[in-house]
Design a protein around this ligand. Structure first.
Ligand SMILES: [Zn+2]
Length: 731
């Protein structure tokens, strides 16, 4: 029977906006709506596409429509990973890709489970998916590339590293987690035309071969809507996908049960009338009165079939110029991408990562890059080479280390007798050849020679000052600690964290990164009384940014050679960004100000080799942070300054506190000091007097037992020369 399809409606469906907080199988329509708002031109592409689609379908009604050609489509798989489970093995990817392909040639065996009414509507898209064997530069590839990034944990468009041209390859990225809670999403051709570098599919790695998630998303790439229409709200309202042989439906939430498979809601009495080719005789097609819950474009996860009508629509997408989809299948492109060639046998790509230190007990960090050579832990290096089956590896280490024998097991441990940056060389070998990676800053074996103790001062006056201050750029990107020559406190240099993140970047945003700078060892053994780590920072927000900066700085301490770190202070928000909003890349200048930081070091963290670590986490969108004049003192920074100037000042340490606080102050006049603590309601909870000495540092300890209820308090100190109130937080 020759059917005359009525022209597929070209209008964009009215877009139902409803954002669900729940995890959705697919976030395609939510992203599409967002895109339409950001790039209105996409609506034009959409219209252009639908006009082409209409013309194509109309043309089909005039012939016998016995199109038996096959379309071949090159694809490229990107793994965005941080060496976790999302770093899928080559074979997991190849096996999954072979399974995706089946649904597009009607070879998936589970079509046998399709219920009777739909058996005759199972479509064969006659599309063959191929992992590319030639990359955009003309080099051989096995169709899989890997990108090491923290953005695997917040997968969205900006995690789509190194998109290959979307008119030559369909890009598919895998990540560990997707923001907005979806398992995957893709862009329709109209979206792909508007933002070619984001075109393609992004999916959870855990969904690589689950419930036909990737065939579903590729369906969107080829202009298929969900069976209930283009929104993400399954099981809400009757809708249609502009495909005739998929009856109207509300769609279904995940859970493939009989009541879903045989659901008739919205589909009862569904039929269509078509004009015959002569235009004189009508023909009635009585489509199933059951919804097509087993359709791959439903959320039911029954996912057994595309319909014949969907296959027509997908094939039309591949002959449309919108987003250059029609270029994918050309002979020239298939030759250029090597899509029809067998997968080449290529040498491995040598790569390694670090595990937690071995034998170090509890470690909060996932990986250990910094240990002293007398640490209780050992560095643990893990082979992560890929691109071929690895037959052997050869490790080589500098810094007086033992050279391990060749191993296939993946992990070697080592320690180093010469302090400093360690060069690690890994050669991975397969039947097709070898590849070597040399990393001259793989890990840092810290010197245990102490740099000082109480009274230590570091002004970062020249880069030669800080050979024992290793800066770790774990993700090897532009967001990092560095020595900075151009501004400083009292001189012209300091260190800074480059956090500035331009708002118009396509991929690789700062948020999610973290980087460390480590101090040398300090001898604080037996030091009694207060010990403070003092330093100064100068930070800023990015002006015009709609969101508050989420940059943060944390101070950690270790007394066992870097095996275990404990946080002792943290700063963020407008406190860290003490210079307010700055346009663009913040450079500390004459009008910028420094803010003093004083971190109390509890006695339990003082030993003969005490290390500190400054960890910066850039936010999106953050700005640079300058840091200078690092010292260790029995006075907090501002008191040190004020003492020198002979000025009244008053501070509370630690604050916040859970075990009592000390009021530390410099009073110009001696005599009696009165101090009182009031709660937020103004009630006095504690009041006392003490004798103080003039022009000297006075300390008054307030035990926690005097302030038994956690909360915010106001501490007022009155001496002969000052009357000052400070906030104190007790937890
Ligand atoms: Zn979807």
């Amino acid at each position: 029977m020759i059917k005359k399809f009525s022209l597929i409606a070209s209008a964009i469906l009215s877009m139902v906006v409803a954002v669900s907080a729940q995890t959705q199988p697919c976030g395609t329509d939510e992203h599409h709506r967002h895109l339409l708002k950001t790039y209105p031109i996409i609506a034009d592409y959409e219209q252009q596409f639908n006009e082409q689609l209409g013309r194509g379908l109309a043309a089909k009604t005039t012939g016998s429509d016995l199109d038996t050609t096959y379309f071949d489509v090159p694809i490229i798989v990107h793994i965005v990973h941080d060496y976790g489970a999302e770093n899928l093995s080559d074979n997991e990817i190849y096996d999954a890709a072979a399974n995706w392909a089946l649904a597009f040639v009607k070879k998936n065996s589970d079509t046998a489970a399709v219920i009777e009414p739909f058996k005759k509507y199972i479509g064969d898209a006659r599309m063959r998916l191929h992992l590319a064997t030639i990359d955009p530069d003309g080099n051989p590839t096995k169709g899989v590339i890997r990108h090491h990034s923290y953005l695997t944990n917040s997968g969205d468009d900006r995690a789509k590293f190194e998109s290959w041209p979307n008119n030559r390859y369909i890009n598919i990225w895998f990540v560990n987690a997707i923001t907005r809670g979806a398992a995957a999403y893709a862009y329709y051709p109209s979206g792909g035309a508007g933002i070619p570098h984001y075109d393609g599919v992004i999916s959870l790695a855990s969904y690589i071969d689950r419930s036909k998630t990737i065939p579903h998303e590729l369906g969107h790439v080829l202009n298929l809507q969900h069976v209930w229409g283009n929104n993400n709200n399954a099981a809400v309202a009757c809708g249609d996908d502009q495909v005739h042989d998929t009856p109207p439906t509300k769609g279904h939430t995940p859970g493939c049960v009989l009541s879903t498979i045989y659901d008739t809601t919205c589909a009862t009495g569904y039929a269509r009338t078509y004009l015959s080719a002569s235009g004189l005789v009508d023909s009635l097609v009585d489509y199933p009165d059951t919804t097509n819950a087993q359709n791959i474009m439903d959320y039911s996860y029954c996912s057994n079939m595309f319909s014949a009508g969907q296959c027509v629509r997908m094939r039309e997408a591949l002959t449309s110029s919108v987003a250059g989809r029609n270029n994918l299948i050309t002979e020239a492109n298939l030759a250029a991408t090597g899509a029809l060639a067998p997968t080449p046998d290529l040498p491995p790509v040598a790569e390694f990562t670090l595990n937690k230190a071995i034998g170090a007990g509890t470690i909060t960090d996932a990986r250990s890059y910094f240990l002293t050579f007398n640490s209780i832990g050992e560095f643990s290096f893990r082979n992560a080479s890929w691109n071929d089956t690895i037959s052997s590896v050869l490790w080589q280490f500098s810094n007086g280390a033992a050279q391990p024998v060749s191993t296939n097991t993946g992990t070697v441990t080592n320690r180093f007798s010469v302090p400093g940056w360690v060069t690690t060389t890994l050669t991975a070998t397969s039947n097709a050849g070898s590849n070597t990676i040399v990393n001259t800053r793989s890990v840092y074996a810290a010197d245990t020679t102490v740099a000082g103790g109480l009274g230590y001062s570091q002004k970062f006056s020249s880069i030669g000052d800080i050979p024992n201050w290793p800066m770790m750029n774990y993700y090897n990107n532009r967001f990092q600690w560095e020595f900075y020559n151009g501004a400083g406190m009292g001189d012209n240099s300091c260190i800074r964290y480059r956090s500035f993140d331009s708002t118009n970047k396509r991929t690789g945003i700062a948020s999610g990164d973290y980087d460390d700078i480590y101090t040398p060892a300090f001898n604080l053994a037996g030091v009694s009384g207060d010990v403070f780590v003092n330093f100064y920072t100068s930070g800023a927000l990015v002006s015009g940014s709609s969101s508050t900066s989420r940059d943060s700085l944390q101070v950690d301490v270790s007394t066992n050679g870097g095996a275990i770190w404990t946080k002792i202070a943290g700063y963020r928000g407008t406190d860290l960004a003490n210079n307010g909003a700055q346009s663009g890349n913040f450079i500390h200048g004459a009008s910028s100000s420094w803010k003093s930081r004083s971190v109390s070091v509890p006695a339990v963290y003082r030993n003969s080799q005490t290390f500190f670590r400054l960890r910066f986490r850039p936010g999106n969108i953050g700005n640079n942070l300058y840091l200078d004049n690092f010292g260790i003192s029995n006075l907090p920074a501002q008191l040190e300054e004020m003492t020198v100037n002979g000025t009244n000042t008053f501070s509370i340490f630690p604050n916040p506190s859970s075990a009592g606080s000390t009021l530390v102050f410099n009073s110009v006049n001696g005599g009696i000091a009165k101090y009182s603590i009031r709660d937020v309601a103004g009630r006095v909870v504690y009041e006392e007097e003490a004798e103080v000495f003039s022009n000297s540092i006075n300390r008054i300890f307030i035990p926690r037992s005097e302030v038994p209820v956690a909360g915010l308090y106001f501490v007022t100190l009155t001496t002969g020369s000052m009357n000052t109130t400070e906030k104190m937080l007790v937890y």
